[in-house]
Design a protein around this ligand. Structure first.
Ligand code: FAD
Ligand code: NAD
Length: 466
């Protein structure tokens, strides 16, 4: 039987990063994966969704912006099969990159389902049902999450689908009904909207992206409506039925009136839930919480001292970069180091266009916590760079403590917000004041100038270009 210092179950961004860091620190490391290296993120999540977002963005630009830029082309057409094939190519290259990293770091890969026999032994069952056992001093569980479903309308993979099927459709729908106006719903809804589908989003809350700063949600609603997306907020889905070639959704709005939508597909994007199936948690007595997430302490240690858990399978934001940070943290702890994660500074991004990104507190949270704060905003429309590229929508918004000027929240909706958010994370990690940002040179002309101007607005309302 092979023995390891560290075994990692699950090779998503949490698991494979934990394995690499453990190997870098000199641990003999194994990783166990039942499907494909890279987990949800690389295979059916972050990477394929961004590949389709980028392709559909190019198409949409060609249709709506090229003429004004002075580029004359015949009416562009979608070759959807090629778009899906390119997406799959990106996934395969990225997965191959992880295999390379496993080999380079001398991490042993076991293909199969890992299940605890006891606290130090894991049984691995391969696809052909053959089994083998390994011994591990420490185990890191990184088994991720799966799509949540509506109890009254289970996904059939044909007409009632999850993000997984939505990333590999064979046709652009005429009408895509999206249940859930969160990250997945808006990203994949944007893909198909840009490719010509009618897209209707049914959201239970009174606004889309309800976890993000309210001003960003309002602006995104406005811009996506302008692009043609339809929204039914404060609306409760009551039934979804596959009628063969179509799907029928029934819902109730806040006045209690019935809404009936007919579409080709209903994409269920109402969140994800932790996945622990076939891990054999009961064999070791690992505890889970009321939502099925593995319970851990602040060191990500389970109630069994040599077993840790990270990423989507534990509490917290279900984000790839959060899982990665946790993987590094556990490996470094095992090596005797004292790492720390500032969970308040895990940024959240929605890859619509314009992109939406936030870190730190939202204005709603500051109000609720009774914090004395000030706000500085700056519109992208006033940036030379935004006019040059025709990306005028959006703004940067900085929330700072009224007394100390420390930045408490950093929110951007606009072109390249996903990249701009890194400035907010850096500033806040170093506990910068809004004035600190105003005193740093921001290259001209860039979208990042909106950050400096919003900081100027927050400092004492003195933006230069507004
Ligand atoms: P996962 O990536 O889910 O990996 C878990 C792995 O464990 C899987 O490969 C699974 O097969 C394996 N496994 C499970 N049980 C066993 C077992 N018993 N034995 C062996 N292997 C097992 N996040 C972002 O930050 N940015 C994005 O842009 C983004 N886009 C997304 C788009 C979509 C459509 C979806 C669905 C998610 C997206 N996410 C995004 C979320 C992100 O994918 C997850 O937060 C991230 O993958 C979690 O990583 P993880 O390592 O915890 O688990
Ligand atoms: P989400 O939590 O972002 O959004 C779910 C939405 O569905 C919420 O707005 C919620 O109010 C709504 N909802 C819940 N039940 C409903 C119902 N019965 N009817 C109508 N609306 C309902 O979840 P998601 O979009 O499914 O994404 C899952 C996870 O994957 C998220 O935690 C997210 O962090 C992660 N993810 C991240 C990215 C990214 O970082 N860009 C992209 C995709 C997914």
């Amino acid at each position: 039987m092979n023995s390891y210092d560290v075994a990692v179950i699950g090779s998503g961004p949490g698991g494979y990063v934990a394995a690499i860091r453990a190997a870098q620190l000199g641990f003999k490391t194994a990783i166990i994966e039942k499907q494909s290296l890279g987990g949800t993120c690389l295979n059916i999540g972050c990477i394929p969704s961004k590949a389709l977002l980028d392709s559909s963005h190019h198409f949409h630009d060609a249709k709506t912006h090229f003429k004004e830029h002075g580029i004359e082309i015949d009416e562009p057409k979608v070759n959807f099969a090629q778009m899906i094939a390119r997406k799959q190519g990106v996934v395969e290259q990225t997965v191959a990159g992880i295999k390379f990293l496993m080999d380079k770091n001398k991490i042993d890969l076991y293909e199969g389902t890992g299940s605890f026999k006891d606290a130090t032994h894991i049984t691995i069952t391969a696809a052909d049902a053959s089994t083998q056992e390994i011994e591990a001093k420490y185990t890191i569980v990184a088994t991720g999450s799966v799509s949540s479903e509506l109890p009254f309308a289970p996904c059939d993979g044909k007409r009632i689908i999850t993000s997984t099927e939505a990333l590999s459709l064979e046709e652009v729908p005429n009408h895509l009904i999206v249940i859930g106006g969160g990250v997945i719903g808006l990203e994949l809804g944007s893909v198909y909207l840009r490719l010509g589908a009618q897209v209707s989003v049914v959201e239970f809350a009174d606004r889309i992206i309800p976890g993000m700063d309210g001003a960003l949600s309002k602006e995104l609603t406005k811009v996506l409506k302008k692009q043609g997306m339809k929204f039914y907020t404060s609306t409760k889905v009551t039934a979804v039925e596959n009628t063969g070639d179509q799907v029928t959704l029934k819902a109730e709005d806040k006045k209690g009136e019935e809404i009936v939508l007919e579409g080709d597909y209903a994409l269920v994007a109402v969140g994800r839930r932790a996945y622990t199936g076939s891990l054999g948690l009961e064999n070791v007595g690992i505890e889970v919480d009321e939502r099925g997430r593995i319970k851990t302490n602040e060191h990500l240690q389970t109630n069994i001292p040599n077993i840790y858990a990270i990423g989507d399978v534990v509490a917290g934001a279900m984000l790839a970069h959060k899982a990665e940070e946790e993987g590094v943290l556990v490996a470094e702890q095992l090596a005797g180091q004292k790492p720390h994660i500032n969970y308040n500074l895990i940024p959240g991004v929605v890859y619509t266009w314009p992109e939406v990104a936030g870190v730190g507190k939202t204005e709603e949270q500051l109000k609720e916590e009774g914090v004395d704060y000030k706000v500085g905003t700056f519109p992208f429309r006033a940036l030379g760079r935004a006019r040059a590229s025709m990306d005028l929508d959006g703004f940067a918004k900085i929330l700072a403590d009224k007394n100390t000027d420390e930045i408490l929240g950093f929110h951007v909706i606009g072109a390249r917000a996903a990249d701009l958010i890194a400035e907010g994370v850096t500033a806040m990690e170093f506990r910068a004041s809004a004035e600190d940002l105003t005193r740093m040179s921001h290259a001209h002309p860039t979208f990042a100038e909106a950050i400096k101007e919003a900081a100027l607005a927050a400092t004492d309302n003195r933006p230069i270009h507004a």
